[in-house]
Ligand binder design. Structure first.
Ligand code: FES
Length: 585
């Protein structure tokens, strides 16, 4: 027996680690440890095992989350890696969030998952933590929680699903889900075919196979330095993914030994690298909201104007749907993030530290030379000359709005039109397909009350469907504006994240059908073409009362959720100490 039960303060190890961390409060630390060990020994552990560095493994496996359907295999592989490096793996559950199984929307639960993650990391003894996440909100929630908890942390991505085939055509969730559903709505395919393709869109467990939010966050996690090299791209069911999991476990033990805490990884330089990558992959607009929230946990505010300037000099290089034509498994075969980072090298902060203890620049060098492939373009032969996302401003969005220009119709990016207004998601559902809806392809669809507080949870309803009568007439795109988000797998000329949102009285609340609106992506402008006096008189005539709730999580949400420009995090979860602004130039 070692110093296990010593209890005089002078006898404590200088930095209690392993099972001695985070002792339960019984007023006697020696007894706390004695009791803890007695209970865990009920599971058959020896003192020798319990003296090792403890690596927590966040298990987000859930029958409701097929995007994490490989969690059991990943946990086995992480445990192997931990034990090979001399650590003790301890997996534990947290909330798991899957996009299509979360009502009213997964974003409503992201902050709850981040609290769960943070508090369980704090409450339980662990020297480092492996975060297993994949589906859209899980990786941001875990990075937010781990950033606040502050111990060494490493992200393990579950990995993308495989693609399927429908009548000889390659398909994958979820860009093709939307495409086929759009064709069904336009009566181009019948019910039998839409049912048949439903069997083909998701060919295995794993995250969406295009550059949607999950893939975007996987790439961002690697760009932040939070995964082992190559951790973003291997599909969920491949041996590469399992090797990444084993390596992650091994690396977590090293991080515990070196006390490589998350604040040394999530620096201003790392956030800039992540923004470069977000722009260069034509990533999901959700990536901005999540990065803003993660940065906020580390004390950084995101400067949207600086981000837009960064976008003007960062080309889209990754040819994945919805901006391009390939899928995540192709990106992996093309070398994954190493291929992209090599091209982006002149724009990156190469000194940024990663979870390996080496810099991003060193990891790019270690990945070896480039090879011929057709998924990641050369820097001077981009898919799109500027970053995928542009930041808009104007009297309609004083706090900013964004548009995914790489997935928009070039003909609509300079457009003035008549507003056709829907007051809420319910209003939209009731009228969008009505034969008597007064709408033309030149109009601009405006949807209110789907922002952070409006829905609540800022659902991905910004991808307003083309009104049925226009869809049947062959219209494929129309300008759409809302204070909501859209799925990273969606496409179209769609203005999102209008801030402040309509539910708190932003100018969007006062748009009326028939108003003229101007969108100019080249001028980064989104304007309601009425005078300031007219807008002020509408505000006075129709004051907005923000929604509220009496109890529970919904009350916490309404009382504390911030707007999109602060990442839709709860105000009390953001760091109290300010470190600066990102990007810095
Ligand atoms: Fe989980 Fe797309 S639904 S990643």
């Amino acid at each position: 027996m070692t110093d296990t039960f010593k209890k005089k303060p002078g006898d404590e190890p200088a930095q209690p680690g392993g099972l001695r961390k985070s002792l339960t409060s019984y007023g006697d630390s020696g007894f706390s440890l004695f009791l803890r060990k007695a209970f865990i020994k009920g599971a058959g552990y020896t003192d020798s095992a319990l003296d090792r560095p403890v690596i927590g493994i966040v298990n987000t496996g859930s029958a409701y989350n097929p995007c994490h359907g490989n969690a059991p295999q990943l946990i086995d592989a992480v445990k192997r890696g931990v034990m090979l490096a001399g650590g003790l793996p301890m997996d534990f559950p947290t909330i798991s969030i899957a996009e299509s199984f979360s009502q009213p929307t997964s974003m409503y639960l992201r902050n709850l998952m981040s609290i769960d993650t943070e508090e369980m990391i704090r409450a339980q003894p662990m020297d480092a933590v492996v975060l297993i996440g994949g589906c859209d909100k899980t990786v941001p929630a875990q990075l937010m929680g781990a950033a606040s908890a502050g111990i060494p942390a490493i992200q393990l991505i579950t990995g993308s699903m495989l693609t399927g085939a429908h009548r000889g055509e390659r398909v994958g969730a979820c860009t093709d889900c939307r495409r086929y559903w759009g064709r069904f709505r336009a009566q181009e395919i019948d019910e039998a075919e839409v049912a048949a393709v439903n069997d083909r869109l998701v060919a295995s467990v794993g995250t969406c196979s295009v550059m949607g939010t999950a893939s975007t966050m996987a790439c961002i996690a690697e760009a932040l330095g939070m995964t082992v090299p190559g951790g973003a791209s291997p599909p969920a069911v491949t041996s590469d993914r399992m090797r990444i999991a084993e390596l992650t476990g091994t690396q977590a033990v090293r991080m515990a030994h070196d006390n490589l805490t998350i604040d040394r990884i999530l620096t201003a330089e790392a956030f800039e690298n992540a923004m470069r990558v977000l722009l260069a992959i034509g990533g999901s607009t959700n990536g901005i909201v999540h990065l803003t929230a993660i940065a906020g946990r580390m004390g950084y505010d995101v400067d949207l104007k600086a981000l837009d300037r960064m976008g003007r000099e960062t080309p889209v290089l990754v040819d994945l749907k919805p901006s391009g034509s390939h899928y995540m498994e192709d990106f992996h075969r093309a070398g994954g993030m190493a291929t992209l980072l090599r091209e982006l090298k002149p724009l990156l902060n190469l000194d940024a530290l990663t979870v390996t203890g080496r810099t991003l620049g060193e990891e790019i060098e270690a990945a070896g030379p480039a090879f011929e492939q057709d998924v990641v373009r050369a820097f001077d032969q981009p898919i799109y000359p500027q970053g995928g996302i542009a930041v808009l401003e104007g009297n309609l969005a004083p706090g900013g709005a964004i548009i995914k220009q790489s997935a928009a119709d070039a003909k609509l990016m300079e457009h003035e039109g008549r507003a056709v207004v829907f007051e809420s998601g319910a209003d939209l559902a009731a009228r969008i397909d009505a034969d008597d809806l007064d709408v033309t392809p030149d109009d601009i669809l405006v949807l209110k009350n789907i922002g952070p507080k409006g829905a609540p949870g800022m659902p991905e309803a910004g991808y307003i469907p083309i009104p049925r009568k226009l869809a049947i007439a062959g219209v494929k795109d129309i300008v759409r504006i809302s204070d909501g988000r859209m799925s990273g797998t969606a496409f179209g000329t769609i203005v999102l994240h209008v801030t402040p949102e309509s539910a708190v009285g932003g100018p969007l609340a006062h748009v009326r059908s028939g108003d003229r609106i101007r969108l100019s992506v080249s001028k980064r402008e989104i304007s309601l073409l009425i005078s300031d006096e007219e807008l002020a008189s509408r505000v006075q005539a129709s004051p907005v009362t923000p929604p509220s709730a009496q109890r529970g999580y919904r009350k916490l949400f309404y009382d504390t959720v911030t707007q999109a420009d602060k990442g839709v995090d709860f105000d009390f979860l953001r760091a109290t100490e300010k470190r600066g602004v990102t990007p810095r130039k």
